[in-house]
Design a protein around this ligand. Structure first.
Ligand SMILES: [Fe+2]
Length: 157
């Protein structure tokens, strides 16, 4: 069974929660490609996930600025986690679709851990206390946020 977003994973903001639910769906797509040993499907799913994550990270930064949450450490952690994900993608693609059931389990478990434990629970949950001072449906003002004008700066070597 695929991973499912539950309210225990809520960080206290409707848009971020919806995005995290989407994140979990995308992780499920990658996991499915791994289990099926379908390299092209897995690669497509990884690419979609990577592109989407860059947008997600920028949105989180914009939201953090709006609620005055200090984001410097958070940004470093995001960049580190993106490198980890890309490393995992490189390892899998290097194997060309040939891996044991044990390896498939290892990678699918690592992806779950990456998305749910590391990204949502350990990292984004840090914003929850600050977000709880705002309405659940709070949105930053896109038009006046510097981060919106810097979109595309999140290039991870
Ligand atoms: Fe997030």
């Amino acid at each position: 069974m695929g991973l499912v977003w539950t309210k225990e994973l809520s960080v206290g903001n409707a848009i971020i929660d919806a995005e995290h639910s989407n994140l979990i769906d995308m992780i499920n797509d990658v996991r499915h490609g791994i289990k099926a040993r379908n390299c092209s499907a897995m690669q497509r799913a990884f690419e979609m996930l990577d592109n989407w994550l860059c947008e997600h990270f920028l949105y989180e930064e914009m939201l953090a600025r709006a609620i005055k949450f200090p984001f410097c450490q958070h940004r470093l952690a995001q960049q580190h986690s993106l490198r980890e994900l890309r490393h995992m993608r490189g390892e899998l693609l290097g194997k060309g679709g040939i891996w044991s059931d044990g390896a498939a389990n290892h990678f699918t478990q690592s992806l779950k851990n990456w998305a749910v434990n590391e990204h949502i629970i350990k990292l984004d949950m840090l914003m929850k206390p600050a977000l709880q001072n705002y309405d659940y449906n709070f949105m930053p003002d896109y038009g006046h946020d510097e981060a919106a004008h810097n979109a595309g700066e999140l290039q991870i070597p």
